[in-house]
Every structure is written in C-alpha cells, then in structure tokens.
Write a protein that binds this ligand. Structure first.
Ligand SMILES: Nc1ncnc2c1ncn2[C@@H]1O[C@H](COP(=O)(O)OP(=O)(O)OP(=O)(O)O)[C@@H](O)[C@H]1O
Length: 652
C-alpha cells in the first residue's frame, strides 16, 4: 500500500508566529517588512493603483513638483512619476527576486551537500566556490548584458550565480554545526535517507542564516539592478524602471532636483529595508538558538550520576557459531602525523540474538567508537582499517552507504545518552515518530498514527496522544529517552546499541529505563549492546560483559564471574572503585594515572604503566586475549595474581 502523509504543519506555524512576535521587539524590522510588502503590492497592483499611463507624455506639464493631480510630480516629458515608480517597481523587484531565487537555488544545495557529506564533495564544492569568488562580478555582468542584449533576467540570474558562493559558505558552516547534533545522527541511524534528513531536519535548522543572507543579498541585487538601469541596460525607454528613472532625473538635477527624490528615496529605503529585515531575522533566529542551547544545558545540568543496583544471575557464555553480531579483530584508526593512530585495536566480541551484552570501561577507552563502527557511523576521518563486523553473516565493513542505510534502523538501531538532543527540536514527537515508522512500514496515515501511539504506550508513556503533540523541549529527560527508545524500536531492529542510555538521567528514572529495556528485550527478543562506564547498569541488565581499556578488550566474562573474580587488573581496579564494594570507613581505592591517548599506547600490555602487578615481560610483546575459564578470557599474562585488592587508595 502506498500513500503519503500530509506534512505536520504544526511545526512550521509556531516558527512563523515566533518570528512575527519577535518583530514586535524590532519595530524597525517590522517597518522594513511593511514597506517592502507595500512596494511589492504596489508593483502587483500597478494597473489598478497608477493614476496615469506610465508612458503617457504631457509636455505642457513637465518637470513639475508634487501637485494635486501628480502627487510625486512629473518628469521632463510630463510623465507621472508615481505611475512610473509603481510600474518601475515591477522591473526592479522582479530582477531582485530573480537574483535572490538563483542565489538560494544554487548556493543552498551546494552548502548543504558540502557541509553534510564532507569529504570529496566538500572539496569539490570548495573548488567551485573559490573559482566563482575569483570572478570579477561587475565585469562579468557587463559582459553578460553585452552578449544577451538587454535581457535583464539573464544578468540578474548571473548575479545570483555569482552571489551563490557566499550563500554556500554560510549554509555549509551552519550545516556542519547541525550535522554533529545528536538528533541528526539519530535520524540517520533510524534509516532515513540523506535527502530526507537534509530536507526535513537540516534545512529547517539552517533556514535562519539562509533567510538573513538572502535578505542582505536582496539589497545588493536591487542596487545592481538599478545600477544596470541607470547605465541604460534592462527596461528601455519609455518603459520605466527605478534605475532609468534615476538616470532621467540626473540629467535635470540642476533645474529640477525634486525629480530625483521619488526614485532615489524608494531605492535607498528599499535597500535599507532589506538590511533591517535581515538584522531582525538574525536576532530572532539567534534568540531561538540560545533557547535551544538553554534546553540542552538544562538537560545536561540536571544529569546525575547513576547508582549501582544489584546484580542478576548470569547465563552461560554463548558460543560464536550462531551469534547475530560477530566482531573479529576490529581495528579503527585515525590519520596522524606519523601515519595513522589506532583508536581501537583487534577488538573481538559477539552477541547472540536475544542476548544483552555490556561494554564497559573508563572514558576514552574506545567503547563509543566500537558502537559507531557497528552502526557504520564512524566520524570522518576515522575509519575501519582492519578486521570484520559480521551482522547475521554479512560483513558491515564492506557495505556501501545505501546498504548501510537500509541496515540501520531496520536491523540495527541506536539510542544515545542525550535523548533530548537526539530529537529534532523543530518537529513534534508525533511527526518524528511517524516519519520513522513510515520509513519502515507502509500504511495509511491513520494506521501510522495509531502505530506511533501504540509504540509510545509500549514504552510506558502515559497520555501518548499528548506526547505526540509535544515538542522535544517539553519532555523531561526520562520521557525523551522513552521517545528515543520508541523511535529506535520503530523499525523492529534485531540489535539495539544503547550508548550510555541512562547517564543523563537521575537515579529513579535510570532504574525505570533499565527496567523498560529489560522488558522490551524480553518481548521482542532483540539483542542489546549496552555501552556504559557504570558497573551498576551492566550488572542490572547484562548477561555478559566486555571490559575495554585503551582500544582493546582486556577481559570478557559472564557478569557474575566478572564481579566474583575479575581476571584482569584493570577490571579489578574498576570494580574496586565502586562505592558499594569498599569496606565501611575505608577510603575508596583508585587506579592511578590516565588512559593513554591513541598513538601513545605502550608496547606490550596497554595497562602495564598503571598496573601494580606488572612485570618486565608485560612491556615486551603484545598480550593476547586468553581463556582463563569457560567463557572467561583475559588479556593479562598473570591473571591468577589478580584480585580486587591490587589497588589501594594510595595509588592516587
Ligand atoms: N572524531 C574523532 N577523531 C579522532 N579521535 C577521536 C574522535 N572521537 C573520539 N576519538 C578518540 O577515540 C578514543 C576513543 O573514544 P570513544 O568515544 O570511543 O571513548 P569512550 O570509551 O566511548 O569514552 P566516552 O565514554 O567518554 O565516550 C578517544 O581517545 C578519543 O580521543
């Protein structure tokens, strides 16, 4: 069944209302908009409003100032200046509109694609922009006018093309900023096409700078149009344009200076109005951006550290033969001065269908990069440089962008630690949820809306209909995370990657979200990879866990085995740092030092410089991940020397 949903106009309306309201704080902007609308209306209704034929001469009444019958006076041939001004507006404003439309049509797509896609597209766009910027604009325009006779439309379109690099640069810069926002990544992960994400999510966010730039460019275009008219190009006498009216007036400026006032003042006021309007729009969009930042800061500021919760029984370690996801020897690198630096190295892990597996470690160990590699979402210039990621037998590292897009959302989905930031602030929850549902399942408008409400109910959101109508900033952190989970589930994924899903939430909400994930995992049978630095989260929901340190998996085991008997000093150290595991009255132990940066990993065991039981041979050769018991492996040469007391608070 095919159908289309009518766009959610709710989201556009508040923006318009906000802009109109903000004009109240910018009386000059409002005045400018009013004047421009008046001029446009005058041009459109010139046939009705003009008191005289603009070309009709009356030699007995030439060069008169303002009179009762000629409100703005007459020119040297006795033609009515008001009528000529109204008809001339058609020529001048049409030329301006042509240039502005061209600057938008050429500059915006180039800027969007360059900013969003980056890489070679950005480089090619940069080259085109540089070439266009090197062209001397006015000379080019005169050449074009000379070639195309007096076809002013061609000249104004050419002006638009010459102005496009400026627009492209503004759009590119704004797009790069928006591209890194979490909700754009979330939209990509949910399987939406690049075109859809660009048009529906990026474009609305960069529309402010586009309108500002277009408004300022309109002033320039009007100046150029009237300049061409003044030089005798474009509309030819007796037809009026504002430019040729100025040219006519300049011949009689000594004997009839008034004649210059109507056309000159109209041009000056119009250019000024475009500038003032641009300023007003800029102020209004800057206010909106500040508002969005405040919401984001509030969410981040409200975040509290989660607390530990009791462990659940672990299951047996699965064998890898039927694993849904098999990561084998994965290496991810970034270009560096010395060639390339590995960010993660030789990571091997697996997750079976229906299993919940944890990936735990300090900040900077490479957990998120592992998750992103699984989703095919590594940020440029980071890239997979070794190993395989087999999802249901298919190597993800070999897939092209389109195939990856089909996989994301439908097969593998993501939820992140910043739920509000992962939703587009411009659209209602309902709009975004329906958009993702529509991507994954056909259905009538009514069916999709019903499915969206059902999904929100599934994630325990009370009053789902009200939530559908809400904007992201109207949701609490917990509600936003439930919405993000609903969106991730919309494509019925077989694997869910949850990157720190509860870090930004307070303790009570964290427990609710973990409970929800457990229930959904049981109901849907999907596999879940939970990335966290918090053992409490791992213990609460995971059956097995992988401990990462400096880009490597250093230990893997069922969660209970890890808690009972870690076999790597790093895991032991991390577990020992948990407040709940220290003896009453004791200072908390700590692991001295820091995680080494990619490119400066030590030879041999990466953890050796911080390890209290390290020996000489630990720093000699790379250490392999060896099985210490069934389903339990450690990258340590002395796993049996490890116990939780290898660290003390003195290590600080
Ligand atoms: N875009 C990037 N380009 C180059 N290096 C990066 C980039 N993003 C992250 N890194 C580096 O990769 C390493 C691993 O980062 P990653 O985000 O995977 O760590 P993490 O364990 O998930 O930590 P956190 O919990 O803080 O996100 C870090 O040393 C980081 O500096």
């Amino acid at each position: 069944m095919t159908y289309s949903l009518t766009p959610d106009t709710n989201s556009a309306r508040p923006q318009r209302v906000r802009f109109l309201r903000s004009l109240r704080r910018h009386p000059l902007g409002a005045l400018a908009l009013g004047l421009l609308l008046l001029l446009a209306a005058g041009a459109i209704l010139a046939d009705l409003l003009a008191p005289y034929d603009p070309t009709a001469t009356d030699l007995g009444n030439s060069l008169s100032g303002p009179t009762g019958s000629h409100l703005l006076g007459t020119d040297a041939l006795g033609r009515d200046l008001l009528s000529r001004l109204l008809f001339g507006a058609r020529v001048s404003l049409t030329g301006t509109a042509q240039a502005v439309a061209t600057v938008i049509a050429v500059g915006v797509p180039i800027g969007l694609l360059a900013g969003y896609l980056g890489g070679w597209v950005d480089r090619v766009a940069g080259g085109i922009i540089d070439v266009l910027l090197a062209v001397p604009g006015i000379v080019m325009l005169l050449v074009i006018v000379a070639i195309f006779g007096n076809n002013e439309s061609v000249a104004m379109i050419a002006l638009g093309v010459l102005g496009a690099p400026g627009m492209a640069r503004v759009v590119r810069g704004s797009t790069i900023a928006v591209r890194n926002e979490l909700y754009i990544k979330a939209a990509r992960v949910s399987g939406l096409t690049t075109r859809h994400v660009l048009v529906n999510h990026v474009l609305p966010r960069v529309s402010g700078p586009i309108v500002v730039r277009a408004s300022l460019f309109a002033g320039v275009a009007l100046l150029v149009e009237t300049g061409l008219g003044f030089l005798g190009f474009g509309a030819q006498p007796p037809d009026p344009s504002w430019g040729n009216m100025v040219a006519d007036a300049s011949q009689f400026v000594a004997i009839a200076p008034w004649m210059l006032v109507p056309s000159g003042a109209t041009i000056a006021l119009s250019i000024l109005s475009f500038g003032l309007l641009g300023d007003a729009i800029r102020d209004s969009t800057a206010g909106r951006a500040r508002g969005a930042d405040r919401v984001r800061r509030k969410v981040a500021g409200d975040a509290k550290e989660p607390a530990a919760t009791p462990a659940q029984p672990a299951t047996e370690t699965p064998d890898d033969s039927d694993a849904l996801l098999r990561v084998r020897g994965l290496t991810v690198s970034v270009p560096a001065a010395t060639g390339q630096a590995d960010i993660i190295s030789d990571v091997t892990l697996e997750i079976r269908a229906g299993e919940t597996v944890g990936l735990v470690g300090e900040s900077g160990c490479g957990k998120s990069m592992t998750g992103r590699a699984i989703l095919g979402l590594l940020p440029q210039p980071v890239a997979v440089t070794g190993g395989r990621i087999l999802f249901d037998g298919q190597d993800i590292t070999k897939l092209g962008p389109r195939q990856l897009q089909r996989l994301r959302g439908a097969q593998i989905a993501l939820i992140s630690q910043e739920p509000v930031a992962s939703l587009d602030p411009v659209f209602t929850v309902g709009h975004q949820l329906k958009e993702v549902l529509l991507r994954h399942q056909p259905g009538s408008r009514r069916e999709i809306a019903r499915a969206a409400v059902a999904l929100l109910r599934d994630v325990n959101l009370r009053e789902p209909e009200r939530v559908m109508r809400s904007y992201p900033h109207q949701l609490s952190g917990g509600m936003a995370q439930r919405v993000a989970i609903a969106m991730a589930l919309a494509g019925r994924p077989r694997l869910l990657v949850a990157d720190e899903p509860t870090t930004a939430l307070d303790v009570t909400v964290q427990a609710e979200i973990l409970g929800l994930l457990r229930r959904l995992q049981r109901q849907t049978g999907m596999a879940v990879l939970i990335i966290s630095h918090d053992w409490g989260v791992i213990a609460d929901v995971c059956e097995r866990a992988y401990v990462m340190y400096a880009g490597q998996v250093v230990e893997q085991a069922p969660v209970l085995d890890l808690f009972d008997g870690p076999r790597h000093p790093y895991s032991a150290g991390l577990l020992g740092c948990m407040p709940g595991r220290a003896a009453r009255g004791d200072l908390l132990p700590a692991i001295g030092g820091r995680v080494p940066q990619p490119g400066s990993w030590p030879t041999g065991c990466h953890f050796s410089p911080r390890c209290p039981i390290a020996r000489d041979d630990c720093t000699r050769d790379p250490v392999a991940l060896n099985e210490t018991a069934a389903g339990h492996a450690s990258r340590c040469l002395y796993p049996l020397l490890v116990d939780e007391k290898v660290f003390s608070h003195d290590a600080r």
